[in-house]
Design a protein around this ligand. Structure first.
Ligand SMILES: *Cc1c(COP(=O)(O)O)cnc(C)c1O
Length: 436
């Protein structure tokens, strides 16, 4: 049944029990309980290293890779990413605070977000984050003032919206730029922000940022955004003499959720983007800026696996079969939110034929609480069996909630045959912690 094993860190062991990062998932579920998030530390580190090496080779030594930490944010992740020499992209004081608690060097922290309050800005300035990626005029003005009060000159990038539709790989026409993020390039707002940033006494404009794709498998989106951005930078230079030191092309590289999806060729894609940028810079006579990328999902997604225990099997004749598990939209909201696909496996019945189609649903009081519909599973699946959902390392724990007063599962790291808790399971007492 190897057709379903979508990542090299999965295998099937004795008695048809799934193994993850070389470890028997039934033993892990027995020890830690379910629902349970597992993370393969080796895979996270390998993903970091592949990006870092590829960026150095293709973009040069000035380049850097940022881990977009909203994909999975807890203290231990920042420790790993720090050891691997990446920078991090954060979007809130909470992520900054967590990174700081992990000892992450603040000069390698880049602060994003389309709406940073004065308090957010003051906190990040006080923490001395390396870069602000400025998203709107209100932020630019507030940051200039707050940096001035703190007596510093803050490094910033401007986030611009190049007007590219990642689904069609086309630059969309003027006026169709409808993102809530960044300064639209097409209608002059980006130019306005650029001039304001140059005028701002307490800001040092280092360059530009854009982020257009998500779950992208080839470099077209990055080539197109690099082209639009470099043309834009060349125009600004012609008009003002300003030369940008940095260009950040954002994140969005795809991961394999289903067997029929490809596995991303990180090195090949980055080499392609690097070659394109060099050629384009040469053609424009523009000094090659320090390029950065911000992968989130593709650093952590395939390092994650979620385990559940089946509680009920319900057959509604001629309509649908349900398998209800002990978690749901509280630990994985992605199907409920945008019908995200997942590979779901009968973790302790891997050698049995999967001859019946089930909807795997959660325990929440919400009909939309579906982990995944249309999942082939053994007909004999029953209460007490284990279900594994693959590729859950990104946007699962970080989006988890306490809906229905359900405690969030722990995050258990697997490393070299060893296992340890990175985030402990919430207790019933934890749920009352904030009640006054
Ligand atoms: C979400 C986000 C990323 C990461 O996207 P992935 O699809 O997880 O790689 C990078 N940069 C910005 C600005 C983002 O908002």
């Amino acid at each position: 049944m190897n057709e379903s094993l979508i990542c090299a860190n999965l295998s099937v062991g004795d008695e048809g029990v799934l193994r993850f990062a070389g470890q028997d998932v039934r033993a892990l579920a027995g020890y830690y309980g379910t629902p349970l998030y597992l993370m393969d530390e080796r895979r996270i580190r390998d993903n970091c290293r592949r990006y870092r090496r590829a960026a150095e080779e293709s973009f040069g030594g000035q380049s850097c890779v940022l881990y977009a930490s909203k994909a999975a944010s807890f203290r231990y992740i920042y420790e790993i990413v720090n050891e691997e020499g990446l920078h991090v992209d954060v979007v809130s004081p909470g992520e900054i605070h967590t990174a700081a608690a992990a000892g992450f060097p603040m000069e390698r922290v880049w602060f994003h977000s389309n709406n940073k309050s004065d308090e957010d800005i003051a906190y990040a300035v006080e923490m001395r984050v390396g870069f602000f990626v400025v998203d709107c005029m209100e932020e630019l003005e507030a940051l200039d003032r707050i940096a001035g009060e703190a007596g510093i000159r803050q490094d910033v990038l401007l986030r611009v919206t190049p007007g590219i539709d990642p689904h069609t790989f086309e630059a969309v026409a003027t006026g169709k730029v409808d993102s809530k993020f960044g300064f639209p390039m097409a209608d002059g707002q980006a130019d306005e922000a650029f001039h304001a940033a140059l005028r701002a006494e307490n800001l040092a404009l280092r360059g530009f940022h854009c982020h257009v794709g998500s779950q992208v498998f080839d470099s077209d989106v990055f080539l197109l955004s690099a082209e639009v951005m470099l043309d834009y930078m060349a125009r600004l230079r012609a008009e003002t003499g300003y030369v940008a030191e940095r260009l950040d092309l954002g994140g969005g590289y795809g991961v394999r959720y289903l067997p029929e999806q490809p596995e991303l060729d990180i090195e090949g894609n980055i080499a392609c983007v690097g070659a394109f940028i060099r050629k384009k810079c040469a053609a424009l006579g523009y000094p090659m800026p320090a390029i950065s990328l911000e992968p989130g999902r593709s650093i952590v997604a395939d390092a994650g696996l979620t385990l559940y225990t089946v509680g009920a099997v319900k057959r509604i004749l001629g309509l649908v079969n349900y398998v209800s598990v002990d978690g749901g939209m509280t630990d994985n909201v992605r199907y409920a939110m945008y019908h995200a696909p997942y590979t779901v496996l009968p973790a302790d019945r891997m050698n049995e034929p999967r001859d019946t189609v089930f909807s795997v649903v959660g325990r929440c009081c919400e009909s939309g609480d579906v982990i995944q519909p249309g999942v082939p599973l053994p007909d004999g699946i029953r209460r007490g069996d284990l279900i594994a959902v693959c590729t859950t390392g990104a946007y699962n724990y970080s989006m988890a909630s306490n809906y229905n007063r359900i405690p969030r599962p722990p995050v258990v790291m697997l490393r070299d045959g060893d296992c340890f808790t990175a985030v402990r399971r919430e207790s019933l007492e934890d749920l009352l912690r904030l009640d006054a």
